[in-house]
Ligand binder design. Structure first.
Ligand code: GLN
Length: 491
């Protein structure tokens, strides 16, 4: 069978009885074994997946399939709680945590008959842009630079989710995006990554990082797959108080790739002389392509977006410091004994959290402390509203906004800048979207001079994912980007 199937292709093969869920699942489990070096999975559910695949095949024989995607193997970021399956958030502090419940998003996948192959590596508590903060070690990007053998970062924090899709270690995957963690790794691996509107996908059962920004979404090979998987995981959930009551939509069936008459905004603040020539070229080529396909380009301004990164690095750590207070050695995860209760807390947290997580807790606690709260936290909330109103103004004039997804392509694992602020800059184009709570997608567009994928980001107004997916499909279908990925890890 052809390697590198996508969700839609797999569903057609299953439908036509040209494969079975057991066969598909075995192929992907075998791919996972062969691709161990990439370190994409924290946990592989060998036995459970095969058992589920057998049940799926039985359902299909009896014409009782749960959905047209019943039996397709996917991967799940190790941030979604999965019943009876270890959920670590790639942290030592949760390294022994086995939830007794299933997150709503992953449960929705199970309800559609999808098979979970296991839990995908990510940055610790989803804090990072490289996957290097994982307690279980870096994920390795399946892509390599043309003239070098060096291992590259897959991006983060959903690096395992993106790398696994790119390397065919699952057909599609679930990720989460608080400041860019779906779109940046998608961009670094030549995959499609969709961050939905805040509230579209339930956050219930997902290990919380920054609750006002966290949102789950799909990482896939194609826009069609993104539409299909998004449709599966979205919908109202009474267990998440910020879940939207908006009706579930048929994003996949309603795909329509025409962009005729649409207005596409190009924000002047995103232009920069520091942008690599190949990224600038991809961005320009995409503008031209959309114009040729009937869209109109409009110059827009998002004056406060350049304040988004500092704003994010106050709000996200503030919420994280509060969310992570629960890991105290009492209720979840590991415990390190101390002479008394306070010492037990201290020991557990100093041993259990990695450096980046500690840095966020320190920043978060600082900006929330009395005396600094108004100067930092309240001010950041005010700037957040200004960022949101910039987008509101822009969407009075345009249907969607086009930007690069990231300021660079994937870089060497060993070459990460020493200054964390340099790493934080990876999310400069993605973070404003989370602060505004609106949806965005990263679509692979071209490869740079080193043969590394470049992703472009499309952004629409809240709950306009259908329009977002339609424009993304137009771009995808026009360029017909095919990843020429050399599977060097298969000897
Ligand atoms: N890289 C950003 C951070 O470290 C975003 C992470 C995310 O979206 N989860 O905070």
């Amino acid at each position: 069978m052809k390697a590198g199937l996508n969700l839609i292709e797999a569903s057609v093969l299953l439908e036509n009885n040209e494969t079975s869920s057991v066969e598909l699942t075995k192929i992907y489990l075998d791919n996972i074994n062969k691709g161990k070096e990439l370190n994409c999975y924290n946990t592989v559910s060998f036995e459970e997946a095969l058992k589920e695949a057998e049940s799926s095949d039985k359902r299909r024989r009896e014409k009782k399939s749960k959905s047209r995607f019943d039996g397709i193997p996917i991967g799940i970021k190790d941030l979604f709680c999965t019943k009876n399956i270890k959920t670590t958030a790639s942290s030592k502090i949760l390294s022994n945590f086995v939830p007794t419940y299933e997150s709503t998003a992953s449960q929705n996948c199970l309800n559609a008959g999808l098979i979970s192959l296991g839990k995908l590596n990510c940055d610790e508590f989803a804090m990072g842009s490289t996957n290097k903060t994982s307690y279980f070690g870096s994920v390795i990007n399946p892509w390599k630079s043309k003239n070098s053998d060096a291992h590259l970062v897959p991006g983060g924090s959903s690096g395992g989710s993106a790398a696994a899709v790119a390397a065919d270690l699952c057909i599609a995957s679930l990720g989460t995006d608080t400041g860019g963690s779906i779109r940046q790794p998608a961009s670094f691996t030549g995959t499609v990554g969709l961050k939905p509107t805040y509230g579209r996908v339930s956050r219930w059962g997902i290990v919380a990082f920054a609750s006002s920004l966290d949102q789950a979404g799909p990482i896939t090979k194609t826009v069609e797959d993104a539409a299909a998987l998004f449709e599966i995981i979205s919908g109202y959930d009474s267990k998440d108080s910020t879940s939207s009551i908006k009706q579930k939509e048929n994003f996949y069936d309603n795909l329509n790739s025409s962009v005729k008459g649409m207005k596409i905004g190009v924000p002047k603040e995103f232009k920069s002389d520091d942008l690599p020539t190949s990224t600038q070229k991809a961005w320009d080529d995409c503008k031209k392509l959309l114009q040729e396909n009937g869209a109109e380009l409009i110059d827009i301004s998002l004056p406060h977006t350049m304040d988004a990164l500092p704003t994010y690095y106050i709000i996200a750590p503030a919420e994280a410091s509060s969310n992570l207070a629960r890991y105290d050695g009492v209720k979840y995860g590991i415990r390190e004994n101390g002479k008394n209760l306070i010492e037990m807390y201290e020991e557990t947290r100093s041993i259990g959290f990695g450096d980046e997580v500690k840095r966020r807790i320190l920043i978060g606690t600082y900006v929330l402390s009395s005396g600094y709260y108004d100067a930092y936290y309240i001010k950041a909330q005010k700037v957040r509203s200004l960022i949101k109103s910039d987008f509101n103004e822009a969407f009075k004039r345009v249907d969607a906004i086009l930007t690069p997804s990231t300021p660079s392509t994937a870089f060497e694992i060993e070459n990460e800048p020493k200054d964390p602020v340099q790493t934080y800059l990876n999310d400069i184009f993605t973070v404003p979207v989370n602060l505004a709570g609106i949806p965005a997608i990263s679509v692979p567009f071209a490869n740079d001079e080193n043969n590394l994928p470049i992703g472009l980001q499309l952004i629409t107004n809240s709950f306009e994912e259908q329009k977002l997916l339609n424009i993304a499909k137009n771009v995808q279908d026009t360029i017909n980007y095919t990843p020429n990925l050399d599977k060097w890890w298969i000897k």
